[in-house]
Design a protein around this ligand. Structure first.
Ligand code: ADP
Length: 597
């Protein structure tokens, strides 16, 4: 009930008015009563003097009680009041309303005492005889000599006056109640009007508390509430701007985190993960959403990482170590650092994936060792031949010529290897730009096959090309290719097929459409490739069977892969040992031919 300002003001106002009118009622009714009583006393005193005048002679002459009684009755009727005549000894000798014989001695009545003393006396008393309050006024009755011979008393009930005072009271109380009611209503209305802006402010603040910062107060006055509204609006704008700036910053940070290659984790002082980015989730093999809130140790499931994190938390120092998470799992550099000096126990853990770097390092090491190995054999051969020549073979011209031929063969092999290496490195470093133009598949396949046909025949192999003819349905669309480079790929594949297929075998070159690509395949019925070797044959210098690969360098397939990938295509092989192999490569179809076909 007292919860609104309006009701409080209304209640206070009403209380004030009620208190004021109560005091007013008491005061004014007393004043009115006093003035009524004074008037009445004056009237009764005049009447008493009249009675005294009339009773003077009969009393002085010792008239009978009956006579005085008759006088009192007559005067009482005339004055419309109770008239009593009392002798100087206090005995009632005449009364307008009672039988004097039955009345007690009145000597002890205060007004009678005063009158007997020669003064005018008055008294207000409850009359037990009549049952209501009366005002008595008594004056002395004097003989012609001036001595007091009795008392004349006139009395009137106060009921009239009491009624009038009561009516006055009711009027005042009624009026003040009405005023209080009206004032209360007015107070409620005014307070409601005054607190309306405050209520609007409250509503707005509530909306802001629920995150809606767009609302503003309309300022209609320049008073305190108006100024409060202004301050409130400024606060809301400021808050909104700050939150927007924070959001933007947060989004930026989130975007950076989301696209970072390094894993980032932040743990709270309790050791739970507060934040982790997608890279961290991927490196640890966990779900990003489910991981937030997990215990760090339970999440990483790796005692080395947990140990680095624990030591960082204990020492509050940055620690960095490399961690091998086991086979098939990433090789990581773990950097653990306290998040900030102020936030005790919070830790930032960075996971850098070094797997690829390590792989590249291995590849480089292998490359160097492979190349030295590849160079050592021909160089040792050359050295042996030179030594033989110096030891006397030079004197034997036919032998010397044979040795020279061997030297030439070795130098040719070395030259080819150096050329292939150079080409590979140029392709790898992107120095050979591919000129991609729509080219018919037959233009890519037929020339190399034709060139190798004699070699195939020499090796006792049948070689067939199986291409849907250009006009045929479904014909082969053109592909986007650098013809010279792709021919190199085909040459290499066909050459391998011839090299690794024993006499009597079959080599088939074909092509087909698959989705938006054309797949060219080179199939042979040769020695095949062991399942262990199959994933590695596209590596540089890799030879599945060194004894049988003859003069090959192991670079051909590696170059082929680079060329095909440079076209946006793929190259792969299927094989079963002893039954033959099939090499495939896919090239994208030229767009013009897709739309025109
Ligand atoms: P190379 O110059 O030795 O032929 P490549 O890179 O062309 O080098 O081939 C790598 C290795 O892959 C070969 O040494 C061989 O062991 C294997 N290989 C390639 N093609 C075939 C094939 N058609 N059949 C069997 N083995 C093959």
């Amino acid at each position: 009930m007292f919860r609104t300002i309006g009701s409080r003001i209304a209640i206070l106002t009403v209380l004030l008015i009620v208190a004021a009118t109560a005091a007013l009622t008491v005061y004014s009714s007393n004043v009115a009563q006093d003035s009524y009583l004074a008037d009445l006393e004056g009237q009764l005193s005049a009447e008493a003097r009249l009675v005294s005048e009339s009773a003077s002679d009969p009393l002085a002459q010792g008239a009978s009680i009956d006579q005085i009684e008759g006088l009192a009755k007559r005067l009482g009727q005339l004055l419309q009041a109770r008239v009593t005549v009392i002798s100087s000894d206090g005995a009632v000798v005449g009364d307008s309303e009672e039988n004097p014989a039955a009345m007690e001695n009145h000597l002890n009545r205060p007004e009678v005492q005063a009158a007997l003393a020669g003064n005018e006396g008055s008294s207000i008393r409850y009359s037990r005889t009549l049952g209501y309050r009366m005002m008595y006024v008594a004056v002395p009755v004097r003989a012609s000599g001036g001595q007091v011979i009795g008392v004349a008393r006139v009395a009137l009930p106060l009921t009239q006056i009491e009624k009038r005072v009561a009516r006055l009271r009711y009027t005042i109380v009624g009026a003040s109640l009405l005023t209080a009611l009206l004032a209360g209503l007015l107070a409620v209305l005014i307070a409601g009007q005054m607190t309306k802006p405050v209520r609007r402010l409250t509503d707005l603040a509530e909306r802001m508390a629920h995150g809606d910062l767009a609302g503003r107060i309309q300022i209609t006055s320049r008073d305190e509430v108006g100024r409060l509204g202004g301050a409130f609006n400024r606060m809301a704008s400021e808050l909104q701007a700050q939150i927007e700036a924070m959001d933007a910053q947060r989004n930026m940070l989130m975007a950076v985190l989301a696209h970072m290659a390094d894993g980032v984790l932040i743990t709270d002082p309790g050791g739970h993960v507060r934040l982790l980015n997608p890279a961290a989730a991927r490196l640890l093999g966990v779900e990003q959403e489910a991981a937030v809130g997990e215990r760090f140790v339970a999440l990483v499931r790796d005692h080395q990482i947990s140990e680095i994190w624990r030591r960082c938390r204990e020492s509050s120092e940055e620690l960095s170590e490399t961690v091998e998470m086991g086979r098939q799992r990433p090789f990581l550099r773990v950097v653990a650092t306290p998040l900030s000096e102020t936030s005790e126990g919070e830790c930032l853990v960075l996971l850098q994936d070094l797997t690829e770097m390590r792989r590249l390092e291995t590849v480089r090491r292998d490359f160097v060792s492979n190349i030295s190995h590849e160079l050592r054999t021909p160089l040792a051969g050359l050295k042996a031949v030179v030594d033989t020549l110096r030891d006397g073979a030079l004197e034997d011209p036919p032998a010397a010529r044979r040795f020279l031929d061997r030297i030439e063969a070795e130098v040719d092999a070395l030259t080819q290897m150096v050329q292939e290496l150079l080409e590979l490195s140029r392709i790898e470093s992107g120095q050979v730009p591919l000129r991609l133009v729509p080219t018919a598949v037959a233009d890519l396949v037929i020339p190399p096959v034709d060139r190798l046909q004699p070699q195939a025949e020499r090796s006792g192999l049948t070689m067939t090309v199986d291409l849907p003819a250009a006009g045929e349905e479904p014909g082969l669309p053109s592909v986007l290719a650098d013809a010279e480079r792709v021919r190199e790929v085909v040459t290499n594949l066909v050459h391998n097929a011839i090299k690794f297929t024993p006499a009597g075998g079959q080599v088939t070159i074909s092509a087909r459409v698959a989705g938006e690509e054309v797949i060219v395949s080179v199939q042979d019925t040769g020695i095949g490739i062991a399942a262990d070797d199959l994933p590695r044959i596209f590596e540089r210098f890799y030879k599945a069977d060194r004894a049988r690969s003859g003069g090959g360098t192991g670079l051909g397939l590696s170059i082929a892969r680079h060329i095909v990938q440079g076209h946006g295509g793929q190259i792969w092989a299927e094989s079963s040992e002893g039954q033959g192999s099939t090499f495939y490569f896919a090239l994208p179809i030229a767009k013009e031919t897709i739309t025109s076909s």
